[in-house]
Design a protein around this ligand. Sequence first.
Ligand SMILES: [Fe+2]
Ligand SMILES: [Fe+2]
Length: 324
Amino acid sequence: MDTFVPIQTLDVEAEKQITFDLFVHLPLNQKYILYRRKGGQIEQNRFEKIIEGSVNNFFIRQDDYKTFVKYVAGRLQGLIGTECTEQTVRMMSSSTRALLASTLQQKDTAMVRVLMENLKDITGVIIESVMERSQIGSKISFQKMVELSNKGTDFHKHPVNVASLAVLLTMGIGYNTDRILSEVAMAALLHDVGLAHMPTHIIARSHSPLELSISDRRLLYEHPKHSLELLKARRVKMSPMIETMILQHHEYYNGGGYPKGLRGFQINEFSQILLVADEMDQVIAGPIETNRELKYKISALFDQYNRELTIEPTLLSRIRSVIL
Ligand SMILES: [Fe+2]
Ligand SMILES: [Fe+2]
């Protein structure tokens, strides 16, 4: 018997040939019905009706999953390295939105996890290709890190999730060069390596430092520096931008971050993107309140950024427009 996996509705593009059989699920009699055959397409008006009818998911056969990942990644990949015109920026923003939207519309924690995995597979294809072309991080294989992280705890999954989100956000706000995307991916993959050697109770509260004693907190606040020192000791090749992003991934625009308490434009724009991706992952990994979309929690996080001036306001509204 076929096994089916859910995919985001918006991952499928209207008026474009699909490369896999597409199914809808009838919850009443627990049946999967073939909606479009491989090679077919969904007409624009039909597609709009589906979206209006708030059908969040299609289903595909598990065997088609790899083909599906290629199909979606191809859509974004086609925009990488092209001239950054107003139209490319718009297209990147809408593709990113499409990728994130149905994950954020979920009210069910289990479904969020499945869709996040989809997302990682899709961004994985993009990250591997930009890294290969830009020769940055040639020794790091994203897919290998995904495999390792799948065997590990949430702590091990975190860098891979953050890389996936950070690359999407970066593309979503209009950056599409191999160099920038691979620097963002690499910084995200490595940002917390300095945490690994800290006591487990500190790691567990690394995103709620106020629950730690003052001395533990002091230690935690050193982790961006530790990450950098550790990587340098292991002779990992990093560009100045990667170093800056790792060092600044907990700095706040309002000066309230760490380790240095930098403020305003002392903080690099991409470090702020990394911070948003980092904290979004905390929210996504956490429990979802029943009957509340994940979107609601992300939106609350963004409201807090806005109130507290954690993120530079123009950048914040650009990121927000990609997500919410
Ligand atoms: Fe961190
Ligand atoms: Fe982190």
